[in-house]
Design a protein around this ligand. Structure first.
Ligand SMILES: C[S@@+](CC[C@H](N)C(=O)[O-])C[C@H]1O[C@@H](n2cnc3c(N)ncnc32)[C@H](O)[C@@H]1O
Length: 166
């Protein structure tokens, strides 16, 4: 999926509309939901939330969930999801991260599309927003199988303290 650099480069409506069919809920989302529960996370940000297909499922009483994306079209679509009203949507990138997060997620193949110097900024901003013991979790995808095949999520864990020191 291309990365929009600004409003003029936003995704077209058709691409947004087909996103959830091409990237449905599955074991990768189960992993991130379980991680949130394991951490007893009360503040979670889904950075690069896209259509919010995972974001809305992270909401529960006593938990604040934020979805951030630079695509206005993605965010508009996300807010219209059932449960979208329970998420705080922010337009932008890592500079929009709220403080005091227990968990920052970057799901789908987003981590493979943010290149330096943006990647460095994204990781530093994430480290700065995490509470002590907070977790930044992201996945990369195995691109060896045929592109038409849903690839395997390989989530990674980094502790906030380690990131800050990196
Ligand atoms: C492949 S989609 C993944 C969406 C969602 N995380 C998912 O798994 O369904 C990648 C998303 O990352 C967003 N994005 C691109 N560059 C970004 C950046 N520098 N920071 C945050 N999000 C970004 C795009 O607008 C797009 O919505």
């Amino acid at each position: 999926m291309p990365t929009p650099e600004g409003p003029a480069d936003d995704y077209d409506a058709a691409t947004v509309a087909e996103h959830d069919d091409l990237n449905p809920d599955g074991p990768d989302h189960d992993y991130f939901r379980a991680l949130a529960d394991d951490l007893a996370a009360t503040c979670i940000t889904d950075l690069g939330c896209g259509t919010g297909i995972l974001t809305v499922t992270l909401t529960q009483p006593g938990r604040t969930v934020t979805g951030i994306d630079p695509s206005a079209r993605m965010l508009t679509y996300a807010a219209a999801h059932p449960g979208g009203h329970r998420v705080q949507w922010r337009h932008g990138t890592s500079e929009q991260l709220p403080p005091g997060q227990d968990l920052v997620l970057m799901t789908g193949n987003i981590a493979m599309h943010i290149l330096d110097p943006h990647w460095h900024t994204t990781v530093c901003d994430s480290a700065a927003t995490l509470r002590p013991g907070g977790v930044l979790a992201f996945e990369t995808r195995n691109t060896t199988p045929p592109p038409s095949t849903r690839t395997t999520a390989v989530p990674s864990r980094r502790r906030g303290g380690s990131l800050a020191a990196a």
